[in-house]
Design a protein around this ligand. Structure first.
Ligand code: FAD
Length: 310
């Protein structure tokens, strides 16, 4: 059994967790222990680390997981089936267990550009959950993704929820959600999944709103998430002309720097309100996509009292 059972903690109180990604450069890797140390000041219940589709960054991902362990927190590795054969997956999972990483977020991953399949032995996260359970029993505690707005490629939200139920039936332990700024949709989804018999605890994924480009990018480049009215209003208010993606100085908007700073400030206030609204929905944990930025996370946590367990 996983050494720390996160779902036991979720029965007692709402958890707090962060998400990191393995930096691409050596310099970035060297800075990470300090970032993790700052995040650990808030005693997160776990820190998850993303996994590059195809397993290209698995070495760096394993290093990050060890940094998290060394800092005294619980690492959760993300894992995808993209370009992964069963034998490669087993090799990697054996390695994670040997290194004391017994928490996994079982994902399909995004289909590689130009392909129509995962180019691996499994096509869906449901298959991966079943494989982990059949191969390792309870050795891993298994998280799965949930999409409150429906996954971008799903044929209907009902079918997507049906597959979420299948992940539960195959042995998943809890859900981490895709970002969702549309609170009314989240509440509808929560109601729908419970009616469909999905009883798993839910950790809500929150993407802090800090940077206009990144906010638009993460919503639209892959996920097709709704940018709800209040967030759209903020984006318009601080819009950088001619467009926020214009990265060639000299910039035409004289107020660029002020707008960047004001958007960040307003975005943090917006994120704080979102977290408060989510916590009031009876969810089981807040999972902050910290994106290796501890300063903004610190502001958010201080304002929301999220580290109440300290
Ligand atoms: P699935 O649950 O398999 O769903 C994919 C699509 O197939 C959906 O439309 C679903 O309705 C449909 N479907 C599901 N099961 C079946 C079935 N059995 N038969 C037919 N259709 C089915 N990506 C990365 O590459 N690396 C990461 O580290 C990473 N971290 C993430 C962290 C979180 C918290 C979240 C929410 C997502 C993350 N992603 C990551 C993105 C994720 O890999 C993509 O959203 C991917 O496109 C779908 O993964 P999934 O596990 O939700 O897929």
């Amino acid at each position: 059994m996983a050494a720390t059972k996160l779902t036991d903690i979720m029965k007692e109180r709402q958890t707090l967790s962060f998400e990191l990604y393995p930096p691409k450069t050596e310099k970035g890797m060297l800075k990470l222990p300090d970032i993790i140390a700052h995040l650990c000041d808030f005693q997160p219940d776990y820190i998850s680390c993303t996994y590059g589709a195809g397993g290209g960054n698995v070495g760096a991902n394993r290093q990050v997981c060890q940094m998290v362990r060394n800092a005294g927190s619980v690492p959760v590795t993300h894992f995808t089936v993209i370009k992964n054969t069963k034998s490669k997956m087993k090799e990697q999972m054996d390695m994670y267990l040997e290194e004391g990483v017994d928490h996994i977020l079982a994902l399909r991953g995004d289909i590689p550009l130009g392909e129509t399949t995962t180019c691996g032995d499994f096509q869906y996260a449901t298959d991966l959950v079943k494989y982990i359970k059949d191969t390792y029993g309870d050795k891993f505690e298994i998280a799965v993704a949930g999409s409150p707005e429906g996954h971008i490629t799903c044929s209907s939200i009902e079918s997507d929820i049906g597959f979420l139920r299948q992940k539960q039936d195959n042995g998943a332990d809890y859900i981490m959600t895709q970002l969702c700024w549309d609170m009314e949709q989240f509440k509808r989804w929560l109601d729908m999944i419970r009616k469909a018999g999905v009883t798993l605890p839910i950790n809500v994924g929150i993407m802090p709103v800090l940077d206009m480009k990144a906010t638009i990018n993460v919503a639209l480049s892959r996920n097709g998430c709704v940018i709800e009215r209040e967030l759209a209003r903020l984006i318009s208010k601080y819009w950088i002309f001619p467009d926020p993606f214009d990265s060639n100085p000299p910039f035409r908007d004289d107020e660029r720097e002020r707008k960047l700073a004001d958007f960040r400030k307003a975005g943090i206030e917006y994120t704080i309100k979102q977290i408060e609204a989510y916590r009031a929905c009876g969810i089981n944990g807040i999972h902050l996509y910290a994106m290796n930025k501890w300063e903004a996370v610190t502001e958010i946590i201080h304002a929301t009292g999220l580290n109440a367990q300290i």
